[in-house]
Design a protein. Structure first.
Length: 332
């Protein structure tokens, strides 16, 4: 069986990293990756690249590659050209929906070209309305090992610096926390979107927090810095499928606070999931977490156990079995 993955991200986000966690494929399956170039970095590895979503060029590629099954590693709207090409060639399609949201109008029009929608969380399955068959596949993740909580009260945010990620809310909420804290913001801007670094520096200065907030930019191995954090927060305001930051922090045994915008409920208890924009709730939750290290450590252990269960390595076999079933082949 020959599988082709279509990727349309910057190459540094959770989408591509999640795809790599599903590789290598089982015996008997050939797997190739096609990069639809948007802002694809030169150090990312792809077997094929195309500068645009040209359905004709994609159709020819499917023919040359002898593709048996197509996997779109993003929402339908992100690779509409590949979906049309697969429909022309009669290639079955599994399409990942990586954000928790309803289908857009154009995606509803593309439903006929999709054989199965792959979701990252049970939350999304409960709210998504579609006529396409749905499968929930939590991506497997390597266990980085349990780390004891550090004594230094460092809070970490691991997210790109763009509007809607909630960094400003984090600064305002932490300004009201009486317990000692330092904030490490890990993540840089994207080349094709406005960066919030300047406005965030200004806000930190206005709140008198400049000495307590550090902007570290993009790092190649964020887990090194995550191990230094006593708590990790993710305040994204946009719909997210399943945030790798939340999963990685939980696997390390870090207590996590996350906004109610995606599949974090598959791991975190309700009281650790907060509404975006509720500054008071975030301040109270952060105060409790930072003032009670023993209680925070217990929360971290509970989240780790749940994450190990949800993000099991068996999910890799489930994913490849799903693709093989579309191609009517058996996984060995």
């Amino acid at each position: 069986m020959k599988a082709l993955h279509v990727e349309n991200s910057t190459g540094r986000g959770g989408s591509l990293r999640s795809l790599r966690q599903l590789l290598p494929p089982p015996l008997g399956i050939s797997s190739k990756t096609l990069a639809l170039v948007r802002s694809w970095p030169v150090d990312s590895k792809a077997d094929f690249t195309l500068p645009t979503q040209n359905p004709l060029a994609l159709w020819r590629l499917l023919q040359r590659a002898g593709t048996d099954v197509l996997h779109v590693n993003n929402a339908p709207i992100e690779a509409w050209g590949a979906l049309l090409a697969a429909a022309w060639e009669g290639v079955p399609v599994a399409c990942h929906m990586r954000s928790v949201r309803p289908l857009r109008l154009i995606e509803r029009c593309l439903q006929g070209a999709i054989d199965v929608l792959v979701l990252l969380s049970d939350v999304h399955r409960r709210i998504l309305t579609t006529r396409v068959p749905v499968a929930v596949v939590h991506h497997p993740m390597e266990d980085p090992g349990l780390d004891p909580l550090p004594e230094e009260p460092i809070v970490g945010i691991f997210s790109v610096l763009k509007p809607g990620k909630g960094h400003d809310l984090a600064l305002r909420a932490l300004a009201g926390v009486r317990s000692p804290w330092k904030l490490k913001i890990v993540g840089g801007g994207l080349p094709d979107q406005p960066s919030t670094l300047g406005p965030l520096r200004e806000l930190a200065a206005q709140l008198g927090l400049t000495s307590r907030v550090e902007f570290l930019g993009h790092v190649d191995d964020p887990l090194v810095l995550m191990r230094r954090c006593r708590a990790v927060i993710d305040l994204s305001e946009k719909a997210e499928g399943f945030r790798r930051t939340v999963a990685e922090a939980c696997l390390l045994g870090r207590p996590v606070l996350a906004s109610r915008s995606g599949g974090e409920a598959d791991i975190l208890p309700p009281d650790q999931i907060l509404l975006p924009h509720d500054e008071g709730a975030w301040t109270r939750a952060l105060e409790t977490m930072l003032s009670d290290p023993k209680g925070a450590q217990m929360r971290g252990l509970e989240a780790r156990n749940r994450a190990l269960e949800v993000l099991s390595a068996s999910n890799r076999s489930q994913f490849w079995g799903l693709l093989a079933s579309l191609a009517r082949e058996e996984v060995r």
